[in-house]
Design a protein around this ligand. Structure first.
Ligand code: C5P
Length: 201
């Protein structure tokens, strides 16, 4: 029987790290749904119409390293407000969620829109300052030249767009377990997540 774990939350709250660890722990497949919007955002930056790009997306489009750049992150949150873009990406995500072996999907609307029936839902948050600091360190380690102020402004702009859009706004599902990672080490956050999911199994 399939088992779906939905992990939502704002940018750089620790969703990715937690999702990968949870997927490894349970032996489930993992889909970072942000990559879908990033791939569409990258295509928009390259001149393609976002709705066409979303409809024609292929798995190889998710593999470029360029998808991790701050410019693509902003473009992703811009195409993500378009209802037709979101609609074009629903079937792929739902099919992934129903995999026989179990699936972890992380994003913004997994527990609320994509998989409202998910067996376990987590909402992972942290303060904007903590999230910006983490993203800043990540980018700097990769050699990206930026400042903490710039990253904080980017994170806040994306939060604003993700929380206030009409279509699938970022918010916790009523039955999601909240995990605030602001003062947690990675291992502590992962342990909380696993415990919350075990409680639903
Ligand atoms: O998670 P990540 O930072 O890669 O997501 C990039 C952008 O894609 C988000 O800021 C959001 O606008 C959009 N997104 C979304 N729904 C999802 C996943 C991501 O709208 N399920």
């Amino acid at each position: 029987m399939g088992f779906t774990i939905a992990i939502d939350g704002p940018a750089a709250a620790g969703k990715g790290t937690i999702s990968r660890a949870v997927a490894a722990h349970f032996g489930f497949a993992h889909l970072d749904t942000g990559l879908l919007y990033r791939a569409v955002g990258a295509k928009m930056l390259a001149g393609e119409a976002p709705v066409d790009a979303a409809r024609n997306l292929v798995p190889e489009d998710l593999e470029s390293d360029e998808l991790r750049s701050p410019g693509v992150a902003q473009a992703a949150s811009k195409v993500a407000v378009i209802a037709e873009v979101r609609a074009a990406l629903v079937d792929f995500q739902r099919a992934f969620a129903r995999r026989a072996g179990g699936a972890v999907l992380d994003g913004r609307d997994i527990g609320t829109v994509i998989c409202p029936e998910a067996e376990a839902k987590l909402f992972v948050t942290a303060t904007a300052e903590v999230r910006a600091t983490r993203r800043f360190l990540e980018l700097t380690q990769k050699g990206t030249v930026t400042t903490l102020e710039e990253v904080l402004a980017d994170v806040k702009a994306r939060d604003e767009r993700d929380m206030n859009r009409a279509e699938a706004p970022l918010r916790p599902a009523g039955d999601a377990v909240l995990i605030d990672t602001s003062t947690l080490a990675i291992e502590e956050a992962v342990a909380k997540a696993i415990a919350a999911i075990e409680a639903r199994r």
